[in-house]
Design a protein around this ligand. Sequence first.
Ligand SMILES: NC(=O)c1ccc[n+]([C@@H]2O[C@H](COP(=O)([O-])OP(=O)(O)OC[C@H]3O[C@@H](n4cnc5c(N)ncnc54)[C@H](O)[C@@H]3O)[C@@H](O)[C@H]2O)c1
Length: 471
Amino acid sequence: MRDKILKNELEIAVASGDWESLGKMAADIEKETAKLKMEEKEKFYAPSSTSKEVGEKTVLVTGAAGFIGSHLVERLLKDGYRVVGLDVIDLGGKGDVKHFSEELLRSYIYDQDIKRQNVQRSLRHSRYRFYENVDVRDEELLEKVFQENRIDQVMHMAALAGVRDSFKAPQLYLEIDEKGTERMLAMAVRHQIKYFLYASSSSIYGGVKDNRPSKEEDIPSPRAPYPAAKVGAEVWAHTYHNMVEDLIRSGKRDKDKPLWVCGLRFFTVYGRRGRRDMALRKFVELMAGGEPIPIYGDGSQSRNFTHINDIVEGMVRALKNPYPDEIFNLGGEETTVLTDAIELLERYLGKKAIRDYQPPQRGDVHASLADTSKAERMLGYRPAISLKEGIRDLCRWYQMWVPFKETYHRYQQLRDKREGYSEADLQEALSLKDELKRLLKLKEDDSEYLVAYHYLACTYRLIADICKSFS
Ligand SMILES: NC(=O)c1ccc[n+]([C@@H]2O[C@H](COP(=O)([O-])OP(=O)(O)OC[C@H]3O[C@@H](n4cnc5c(N)ncnc54)[C@H](O)[C@@H]3O)[C@@H](O)[C@H]2O)c1
């Protein structure tokens, strides 16, 4: 069927200038492509051996369009869960950041298109339902999501995630990261959710103390509003758990309706589709484009870089092994000095980095180091991906992703024109279609592949629209 689409009759109609049948044909092809996309998606998410134990469980993932959330959604679908995702995507649309500067706004509303592409990968999967524009502070909308779906477990990932930006707007971090978590917990109690997992952060430790890895029982020492809000979120989770226990003890709530909570402290997560404000992802992009990379301080700072697949594995293990009220460190297998990580990037990108040394940044800790023995003991968590392997994969993904990114950009430019199309635009749309088909044939990366199918279908529709505008 793919060949039928790839060798379509579109070109013949273009050559003969038969705009009317071209428009009809493009619409048919679009339909077929959508069907094919669906089949590809079902294959991509073919249930794994764990599906039986998962049964019909439905997990709500907040922040589902983000870096970690979107990887988590993919993994849950693969494992056979039903998934409901929600994300505000455009925080600016909510109006509460309008008093901030353009620059600040941009960093909050980072790459909405990237987030939408993250969602595209899983959208239309028969076991996935996604709600855009739902803010975790908006009770009315949350109520609708809970009422429309029979949710069993919550994995709360939504947050403003950058340490540095949090200095500029502490109240917004407090609102979203702490109060948003509190609202989600209240909703979980109301809807009798038994297990609530949420993202916390290694930054709450405020760096390494006494030269030893950070343990869950260490007293938090936040050095920025972001980790302070995360500590607040942890306290709220613990508090709601206790409140529900007290209700059960006093006979005001059934004992089979507890609220178990689990906080996961992630250590510097990196990997495919990583956030562009984070060092490794930012460096890949800058180095690939021959631009200098900013190094804050002398580059001797070290991080427990953790590959996204290890993080997702840890989260799924936590989901499947519930405890009443726990916190786990999820970190990588080794800690690495930034300059060593840059050398690995140089090796796998085949490019020399142009190092631009700058003064240390406020809020940055010199070192982060995870003690993951608790997660290993209680969840069987063991990070499996070395930094070398992870960086090699990141570079390979980036090099694959660049041509996709360029086609998205070309598509968006054409689409946004909306009217007044010329012959040159039609030629551009046709060459875009050819490029997408070429990329689809590479079929090297399943998740990009699904997005390319979506854009191919959109390009067909665009060709039809351009043709209609000529007739
Ligand atoms: N990436 C890391 O290294 C790292 C480290 C420690 C902790 N974390 C935590 O993990 C979680 C996911 O981080 P990420 O790196 O994927 O970040 P991300 O920015 O890619 O994802 C967060 C998502 O939350 C959404 N969001 C923000 N405010 C919202 C709101 N009010 N309502 C609904 N959705 C909202 C955003 O649109 C975004 O898609 C966050 O809680 C973050 O604090 C991440």
